[in-house]
Design a protein around this ligand. Structure first.
Ligand code: ACO
Length: 209
């Protein structure tokens, strides 16, 4: 067992509904595939370039190997791969990856939300839940999020939650078929005070249920 894994986080009421976060499951295959096949346009511009065509990479039968790989990394303490649910239904993913321990104790965070539920505070709530969790129970001190400068919704999410812009990584990541510049946003434990969820609640952006 590694610190902070497995875990269920929330629930939290946000404008879209009741938000919770839990480990990815093998039986997420159907929802995961259905939503991602439909949402290609919504997602592909922002995600790392994959091998092979989108319909193959996101087919029902491609989830078991992705799930097994994520589970293996989680068991080794290198990743915390979560499913986001709203009103108990699959609504996206949020992942903490490349967990480095020792004196760095840092990782990246990444997320996506189903297109039919965007602009309802889901990503904001999920980033707050997961950030608090890895700082309080996962033994981490810093989280980093890299975002394309064109990705206004994601930049907004990070700013709302309290991540800071640290810089611009030029030609950083192979996304949507090219080496794309990314802003680096980050947060360390000292900046979170009594927690990011508490801050959202105080601002009236979420409610504990
Ligand atoms: N222009 C300006 N602002 C916008 C736009 C737009 N076109 N679209 C959304 N927003 C704003 C919303 O109004 C909201 O801000 P507000 O609360 O100040 O009004 C904010 O962006 C979105 O906040 P949430 O509702 O919490 O976020 P949501 O649940 O909609 O999810 C996400 C945001 C994850 C970026 C979603 O749009 C998505 O899945 N996009 C595709 C995949 C993606 O880009 N993932 C992030 C990659 S970067 C990373 O992982 C670090």
């Amino acid at each position: 067992r590694h610190p902070g894994w497995p875990a269920k986080l929330g629930p939290l009421r946000v404008p879209a509904g009741v938000l919770a976060v839990r480990p990815v499951r093998l039986r997420d295959a159907g929802d995961w595939s259905r939503i991602r096949l439909r949402d290609r346009e919504h997602l592909e511009t922002w995600e790392p370039t994959g091998v092979g065509p989108w319909p193959d990479r996101n087919a029902f039968w491609s989830w078991p190997s992705q799930w097994a790989a994520l589970r293996g990394l989680a068991r080794r303490g290198q990743c915390l791969p979560f499913t986001i649910t709203v009103d108990g239904r699959f609504a996206g993913q949020i992942t903490v990856g490349n967990v480095i321990r020792a004196s760095l104790r840092s990782a990246w965070i990444g997320y996506w939300v189903s297109s039919d539920i965007v602009r309802g505070g889901v990503a904001t709530g999920a980033v707050a839940l997961v950030t608090d969790h890895v700082f309080d129970y996962g033994g981490l001190h810093r989280l980093e999020a890299t975002v394309r400068p064109e990705n206004t919704p994601s930049l907004r999410v990070l700013t709302k939650v309290g991540y800071r812009q640290e810089g611009l990584f030029e030609r950083y990541l192979d996304v949507a078929g090219g080496w794309r510049d990314h802003f680096c946003y980050a947060i360390t434990k000292e900046e979170t005070g009594h927690g990011l969820v508490s801050r959202l609640v105080a601002k009236g952006l979420a409610e504990r249920v």
